[in-house]
Design a protein around this ligand. Structure first.
Ligand code: ATP
Ligand code: MG
Length: 139
């Protein structure tokens, strides 16, 4: 089975955290690791380093540090792709049209505050899991 890193972002933690967790479990993912944490600016910059050159990078870092995040390792057959599908597209307007049951269609406020993160490929998944949790998911 495959692992992916999921994050419940600060915008969703107060209002929708529990619902999202229930949804995750109900969709057949095993929650292999879970921890709540407030990212430092440095951690958020490292976490999203692939986006360093994007015009929205500083907004993104600030948003991710704004409050607690829930960090999760999800395990399932084809977990990376399945979790991306469960989240829906980054932009909630697009999500509402093409994937109305997705988490972002239901919970995201806008393209920045879009409630959840998921690794975009297996290599990122391994790298980000190691960054957040250390070497626990080695195999
Ligand atoms: P994530 O990496 O968080 O799972 P994603 O892969 O759907 O989201 P990316 O393109 O990797 O989207 O962007 C990372 C995050 O940066 C988005 O989830 C969102 O929070 C923010 N973001 C993306 N595009 C924009 C934008 N145009 N304006 C503001 N914020 C944005
Ligand atoms: Mg991404």
């Amino acid at each position: 089975k495959q692992h992916t890193l999921a994050v419940i972002k600060p915008d969703a933690m107060n209002q929708h955290g529990e619902t999202i967790l229930e949804e995750i479990r109900g969709s057949g993912f095993s929650v292999t690791q879970l921890k709540e944490m407030v990212l430092s600016r440095e951690m958020a910059e490292e976490f999203y380093k692939e986006h360093r050159e994007k015009p929205f990078f500083s907004q993104l870092v600030e948003f991710m540090c704004r409050g607690p995040c829930m960090m999760l390792v999800l395990t399932k057959e084809n977990a990376v792709e399945e979790w991306r599908a469960t989240m829906g597209p980054s932009d909630p307007d697009q999500a509402k049209t093409i994937s109305p049951n997705s988490l972002r269609a239901r919970f995201a406020s806008d393209i920045l505050q879009n409630s959840v993160h998921g690794s975009s490929n297996q290599q990122h998944a391994e790298e980000k899991i190691r960054f957040i949790f250390g070497d626990i998911c080695a195999e």
